[in-house]
Ligand binder design. Structure first.
Ligand SMILES: Cc1cc2nc3c(=O)[nH]c(=O)nc-3n(C[C@H](O)[C@H](O)[C@H](O)COP(=O)(O)OP(=O)(O)OC[C@H]3O[C@@H](n4cnc5c(N)ncnc54)[C@H](O)[C@@H]3O)c2cc1C
Length: 386
């Protein structure tokens, strides 16, 4: 039920970014309305690695992934045909399904006093003309029966993640957007579960890479990326992709031997604009962009959620100080552009010239260097339980 049609802040999208912003603004006494199109918890295409720098950001808003069943990840393995190198993470990470995490965030938003409109899609977002309401924003939202209504707010935040809102598409020039992502849960054999425990594994194969790691309830998440072209070459479809990955990587074939897939079909996503960061493109008022609407880092970094949490936190701080979206977007550019460029170049290189990864066999410390160079700046690392 919508209690009021006029709010301080409209937030489109209730993923990690939108929910975090709603929590922080509600805690600061702002009337935030969070509009999320899913009606209930859902699986999302994601490696589900919660990087060390995302953990203090979650704790700050009252989310404790370990209490939700998250698995501890202490080291990163990189494997091509077989394991090339292993590096202990600078601080432990966690792995938790988005099904669990995103729902916990939405519940927390509700608890802290944000209005949550669940099952509503933002169809349109437009600045109000001054004569209507001294500035401000109007959103047209629809429910599942396509009934539509309008709500207004003084400020608007775009947190629709991978999905662009009509009229506010991200400028993804120069982004790496040729990859298709597919995700599946498996129950591995006991022996393979034991070998994987405590590790995230990055598996490289011609045309792409995949992350494999344990999540809660004895499951393992395999999240694979491959270029559209290579996917077609290997015959298209999940079965053919799996064959291609396992043929190229005996390591992965061993992990998946005897494994039971848990979803009827994998979840899929395409046209992800890796390397994108927010820019001021539109004349006149613009909404604030947070999470994937602010910056998209290649998935092998496992830091997209940390960026979502961090950008939501900084946007809340700056909004409460009276700053404009332009100031915030410029800060994002300054903080992230170099890391995004580096990580995206690396992603392109590894996919084009997979043999390059053998450098890590010859010089394993390079893995730790790469991990450090692709982290979210401005966050501190703490041990789990701090
Ligand atoms: C293949 C892959 C693997 C990844 N692996 C990792 C990883 O291991 N670790 C990590 O940290 N990051 C990972 N990421 C990145 C991570 O998933 C994103 O960075 C993160 O989800 C961004 O959060 P967000 O809140 O901005 O967007 P999202 O999580 O996409 O949430 C957006 C929300 O908005 C809602 N929505 C969309 N449109 C509308 C609308 N019009 N109206 C209302 N609601 C709407 C959606 O339902 C969704 O709930 C991965 C990404 C990909 C593609």
């Amino acid at each position: 039920m919508i209690s009021s049609l006029r709010h301080d802040v409209l937030i489109a999208g209730g993923g990690p970014a939108g929910a975090t912003l709603a929590i922080e603004l509600a805690q600061a006494g702002q009337g935030a309305v969070l509009i999320e199109r899913s009606r209930e918890a859902q699986h999302k295409v994601c490696g589900e690695f919660l990087s060390p720098e995302s953990l203090p950001l979650l704790r700050r808003i009252g989310i404790h992934p370990a209490a939700l069943g998250a698995q501890t990840i202490r080291s990163l393995r990189i494997a091509a045909r077989d394991v090339l190198a292993e590096v202990v993470l600078p601080a432990p990470a966690l792995a938790l399904t988005r099904y669990t995490l995103d729902e916990a965030l939405l519940q927390r938003a509700r608890q802290t006093g944000a209005s949550l409109l669940r099952g509503y899609t933002v169809e349109q977002l437009a600045p109000l003309r001054e004569r209507d309401l001294c500035g401000g924003w109007q959103a047209r939202i629809t429910d599942v029966s396509h009934a539509s209504m309008e709500i207004q707010g003084r400020e608007a935040f775009l947190a629709t993640g991978k999905h662009d809102l009509r009229g506010w598409a991200r400028a993804a020039d120069g982004a790496q957007n040729t990859l298709v992502a597919l995700k599946m849960y498996f129950v591995l054999t006991r022996e393979q579960q034991a070998e994987l425990a405590g590790h995230v594994e990055l598996i490289l194969y011609p045309g792409g890479y995949a992350g494999l790691q344990p999540v809660e309830d004895g499951r393992a998440n395999l999240c694979a990326l491959i270029t559209r072209k290579k996917l077609q070459q290997v015959g298209g479809g999940w079965g053919r992709l799996l064959e291609h990955m396992m043929r190229s990587s005996p390591h992965l074939a061993r992990r998946l031997s005897g494994a039971v897939p848990l979803l009827e079909r994998p979840l899929a996503l395409s046209s992800i604009p890796y390397g994108y960061h927010a820019q001021e493109l539109y004349e006149g008022p613009t909404p604030w962009r947070i999470g994937d609407q602010a910056a998209v880092i290649p998935s092998f970094c496992g830091d997209g959620m940390a960026i979502a949490l961090h950008t939501a936190h900084r946007a809340a701080e700056l909004y409460l100080e009276g700053a404009t979206p332009a100031v915030f977007h410029e800060e994002i550019r300054r903080r992230f552009a170099r890391r995004l460029t580096f990580a995206t170049a690396l992603s392109r290189l590894v996919i084009r010239m997979p043999a390059l990864v053998h450098v890590v066999r010859l010089w394993p410390p390079v893995l730790a260097e790469i991990f450090a160079a692709t982290r979210v700046p401005g966050t501190t690392l703490h041990a789990i339980g701090d």
